[in-house]
Design a protein around this ligand. Structure first.
Ligand code: BES
Ligand code: MN
Ligand code: MN
Length: 458
């Protein structure tokens, strides 16, 4: 029988072409015109799980997009790893900024360019191929369960219900997720934190219709101007968030935690050059890594009002809108923050306009201890394939369902990401390095091996 590395080497090309097939399906969860693509994609994931050796594979219907479940129980006395991932992707627009079509994967300089290449089809599929590898080489050391959802990018709206209704089926010892990033291939890292999210939408309404800006302008408050002012007031001159009570529940890091975090290799000039910005920005008193990993933030995600078409139109708009999201850190709560935001925004609105604030999805922050068995097994696995210990990092992103897993299933999640922040997640030209894809497939079996060993010892 082959060793896992031999098996991966012998099946490399197929492992890649199968991923490309998956990337050709435009599984955009946010758009109802893709509903059939979602089903098609879920079915492809299910059949690939079956082919890899999973039992009880099922495409589970939900009120939204289906969840794919599958498992392989080799020995009820062995520990069980529950693999979570998502097959849905973000919309690809603006399409004109892609160098090749988002759903026609293109390989250039060893990288796969396609929507979902990294987030999360490429990373999720590493687990399917690692599972196949362990099955075919007789090395599967834990029971394995797969739960692959199709609504992560739209807030996992129906996954919570599925989890609550399937508690016994989902029984496991740890959740393993590859949906985050590493510092670099030279400096492997493991995320120990995720931020939470509170996503709001605001509408500022002035006159009952769009007006001629010459006839009425200067005499009627312009909702676009008011919205701009309101938004500008949400940060103070030190870039702290100026919403009373916003920081109440934030627990500051100890000096030791801060210096550990800032010990991770990071070059501010390279960061700025990569983004084409002259200089960084952020909350006074914190480094870039602290700002994204440990501090709550508030961002405008979209803003619109009045005339935005070609040429000029003299109009005083009746309405102005914005989508505003806040990233939260441990001990903050998304419902509380949504409420505080809503109260504040209503309070600061001048009497010349009416405002309406609504909450979209949210999610709680997450932190995992570096002295836990999953972290230690993950660290040892990385060491086995990268030749060095990973650095613990805190990610700025969110996977809201991770906190729910802990609450409902009592399970910790191990974040085992192999992407890079520069992989253009949610942006045009998303990519995933083929090297990272194979590296992930090679590293995952080590996690299973070390996790099984450490669980038995404990
Ligand atoms: N995989 C990302 C989250 C992520 C990316 C974490 C990079 C760490 C590093 C996930 O698919 C995602 O995009 N999450 C959303 C939240 C969701 C509710 C739409 C996010 O972070 O904006
Ligand atoms: Mn993702
Ligand atoms: Mn995403």
């Amino acid at each position: 029988m082959n060793t896992p590395s031999e098996y991966i080497a012998n099946n490399k090309d197929r492992f890649l072409s199968e991923l490309l097939d998956l990337l050709r399906i435009p599984s955009v969860s946010a758009r109802s015109e893709h509903n059939n693509d979602m089903i098609h994609c879920a079915e492809m994931v299910a059949s690939r799980l079956r082919a890899a050796g999973a039992d009880l594979v099922e495409v589970c219907a939900t009120a939204g997009h289906p969840i794919v479940y599958g498992e392989k129980i080799i020995n009820p006395n062995f520990p069980t790893v529950l693999v979570y991932g998502h097959y849905d992707v973000q919309p690809a627009d603006p399409l004109e900024l892609w160098n090749s079509p988002p759903f026609e994967p293109m390989i250039k300089e060893g990288k796969i360019f396609a929507r979902g290449a990294c987030d999360d089809k490429g990373q999720m599929y590493m687990h399917v191929k690692a599972f196949e590898t362990m099955m075919q080489t007789g090395t599967l050391a834990c029971n394995i369960k797969f739960m692959i959802e199709g609504e992560e990018e739209v807030g996992s709206i129906n996954l919570g219900k599925f989890v609550v209704e399937n508690k016994s089926r989902l029984k496991a010892d740890v959740i393993l997720i590859s949906d985050t990033s590493m510092i670099s291939m030279e400096t492997p890292s493991l995320d120990v934190g995720l931020r939470g999210l509170a996503y709001m939408e605001v509408e500022v309404v002035g006159p009952n219709r769009d007006l001629h800006s010459g006839v009425y302008g200067g005499a009627v408050a312009n909702p676009a101007t008011i919205l701009a002012k309101l938004i500008a007031s949400l940060h103070d001159e030190n870039n702290h968030i100026a919403i009373p009570g916003f920081y109440n529940d934030v627990i500051g890091l100890t000096q030791e935690e801060r210096s550990d975090l800032n010990a991770a290799p990071f070059n501010q000039n390279e960061y700025n050059d990569d983004l084409g910005i002259a200089t960084e920005w952020g909350e006074k008193g914190f480094s870039t890594l602290e700002r994204t990993g440990t501090r709550p933030t508030l961002e405008v995600n979209g803003i619109w009002s009045g005339y935005t078409g070609e040429g000029a139109k003299t109009v005083l708009p009746s309405k102005a809108n914005a989508k505003i999201s806040m990233r939260l850190v441990p001990n903050q709560n998304s419902d509380t923050i949504s409420r505080i935001f809503s109260e504040h925004f209503n309070k600061i609105a001048p009497p010349t306009v009416k405002v309406k604030v609504t909450a979209h999805h949210g999610g709680e922050p997450y932190l995992t201890p570096t002295d836990s068995i999953p972290y230690l097994a993950g660290s040892k696995a990385i060491e086995a394939t990268f030749g060095k210990k990973p650095v613990p990092t805190r990610s700025g992103g969110s996977i809201p369902i991770v906190a729910l897993f802990e609450r409902e299933l009592g399970l910790k999640s191990m974040l085992f990401g192999f992407g890079l922040d520069s992989d253009n997640l949610h942006s045009p030209n998303e990519k995933y390095d083929i090297f990272n894809y194979y590296k992930g497939i090679e590293t995952i079996p080590y996690f299973f091996k070390f996790f099984a060993e450490m669980q038995k010892e404990s």
